[in-house]
Design a protein around this ligand. Structure first.
Ligand code: ADP
Ligand code: MG
Length: 244
């Protein structure tokens, strides 16, 4: 088994004439936590969306756990099952209870029986501190609780990789900590994570590696203490001066 979980080579993405990703080469190791920082419009979300082919790359290869998702013969639905994604906007199904939100894909996509799906949902609600909310409707939850339910829903699918796109950006400040706490716990458990975030403290404490993106490329990368604490590149410095 290779130690590389995500491998991007020559990854490019254009929307018409607009080149949004310019030949990204990256390897994320099994169990590694990589935080992606950078200004708005630099291509962070597009990069993440290319990892599970929510966005189809214009060039290059995406390999996750040995499966090349960009191979036209790849079973894309099969490969995507192993990649959990959490967005800024909590995208729970509003007409389903929290429990049903956690069981529907397990049953439809993984073919689990009801009893097993409910058991696994319960385990994952407990993991994110929402055991008492199984029967609630999403609208009855705070934003932070909805986001934790979204994380639990992704975890119930037993992902090999979790992608987070600014998971706390839409939250009231007092709710951010609980969500970051759940993510920190996941990192401690050894989950491979690619996290786009503006939470520099989280990146400093939890990331194994930080990527600074600008203009569709990775301008600087390394340990958080270096990239955030002592950046080499002028573009990184001026970005950090604006957000810190
Ligand atoms: P970030 O997440 O770093 O803010 P994005 O990846 O969302 O950046 O966007 C990078 C660039 O790609 C921006 O200029 C954005 O307008 C453009 N872009 C993103 N998605 C699309 C799309 N579906 N069609 C056209 N342009 C897009
Ligand atoms: Mg974005």
């Amino acid at each position: 088994m290779s130690d590389v979980m995500i491998e991007l080579s020559g990854l490019g993405k254009s929307f018409g004439d607009l080149e949004v990703l310019r030949g990204i080469d990256q390897q994320v190791e099994r169990g590694e936590v990589v935080c992606v920082i950078g200004p708005s419009g630099s291509g962070k979300s597009t990069l993440l969306r290319c990892v599970n082919l929510l966005e189809e790359p214009s060039a290059g290869k995406v390999v996750v756990d040995g499966n090349e998702l960009t191979d036209p013969d790849n079973d894309l639905d099969g490969s995507r099952r192993h990649i959990g994604m959490v967005f800024q906007q909590f995208n729970l199904f509003s007409h389903l209870s929290v429990l049903d939100n956690l069981t529907v894909a397990q049953r439809k996509v993984l073919g689990r029986g009801k009893e097993e799906a409910v058991r696994i949902a319960g385990e994952n609600l407990e993991r994110v501190g929402l055991s008492d909310k199984a029967d609630a409707m999403p609208a009855q939850l705070s934003g932070g609780q909805q986001q934790r339910a979204g994380i639990a829903r992704a975890l119930a699918m037993n992902p090999k990789v979790m992608l987070f796109d600014e998971p706390t950006s839409a939250l009231d400040p007092e709710l951010v900590g609980d969500v970051l706490g759940v993510m920190r716990q996941l990192a401690d458990e050894g989950m491979t994570m690619l996290v786009v975030t503006h939470e520099m403290q989280f990146a400093r404490e939890v990331a194994d590696r930080v990527l600074f993106m600008d203009g569709g490329g990775i301008v600087e990368q390394g340990k958080p203490a270096d990239v955030i604490g002592n950046p080499k590149e002028e573009r990184t410095r001026s970005f950090l001066a604006r957000v810190l």
